[in-house]
Write a protein that binds this ligand. Sequence first.
Ligand SMILES: Cc1ncc(C[n+]2csc(CCOP(=O)(O)OP(=O)(O)O)c2C)c(N)n1
Ligand code: SF4
Length: 259
Amino acid sequence: MSAPGKVGFSKPVYTRPRSLVDVKSHFCPGCHHGTIHKIVAECIDRYGLREKTIGVACVGCAVFLYDYIDVDVVESPHGRAPAVATGVKRAQPDKFVFTYQGDGDLAAIGTSEIIHAANRGENLSVIFVNNTTYGMTGGQMAPTTMLGQKTSTTPYGRDFRGDGYPIKMAELLSGLEGTSYSARVAVSTPAQIRKAKEAVRKAFEMQIAGMGFSIVEFLSTCPTNWGMKPLEAQKRVLGEMSEYFPLGVFKERKQADFA
Ligand SMILES: Cc1ncc(C[n+]2csc(CCOP(=O)(O)OP(=O)(O)O)c2C)c(N)n1
Ligand code: SF4
């Protein structure tokens, strides 16, 4: 019985996913990496994959995946995660293999690796964290940095005349035949978090069904390098960021395509 005036709860409303390590987060306040880890861990649990998963980490703040997700993780050099994951999956096709990459990693130094892994239709899943900057190394311009965005290497704001345009990776990869699933999601509201989880589930299901390459791009924050408070950073994702990088599913193969 609960004390007078207190509400009694008989059912837990939240439990930590088994695949999420019970440690304090070291990420900056308002950073989305932690929320994205939780979604990944929940989906690993959902399909009972923990004992057969091999994650492939990259560089940057994204690398710390290996401290938080309780599965085997291989560390790869900058940009090479899709190539390393290809080797792992081909050597051990019964394992569940995913990469976890930032935008500097996936869309700059690793452009070649991600495009060719997708084009080959490698049977693996990619979690892509787009925070429009190089988080760990001090906020330099990334290929996803938005026009006008000030960074440590673009103090006057990104200008298409010298710097080109921000790359829309989810759309770009959806155009490749080997891609089975490509979506862009965000985690700035509870409703977005639910949709993001659906997208990761779909991506994982593609690999489980042997359908080929799947990717989920997350719009993420980096309040520290954006020079914003956490709440302002959320508003940026909900506003200008999702206007330029629309949320949605850009490709979803049906089983029939492979029949
Ligand atoms: C071959 C190589 N070049 C450069 C670096 C330096 N480096 C480490 S992290 C990083 C930026 C990573 O940015 P991003 O992938 O966007 O990840 P975030 O920190 O935002 O999660 C760079 C350039 C490196 N580790 N290896
Ligand atoms: S520097 Fe940016 S990406 Fe790295 S932990 Fe801080 S907010 Fe997150």
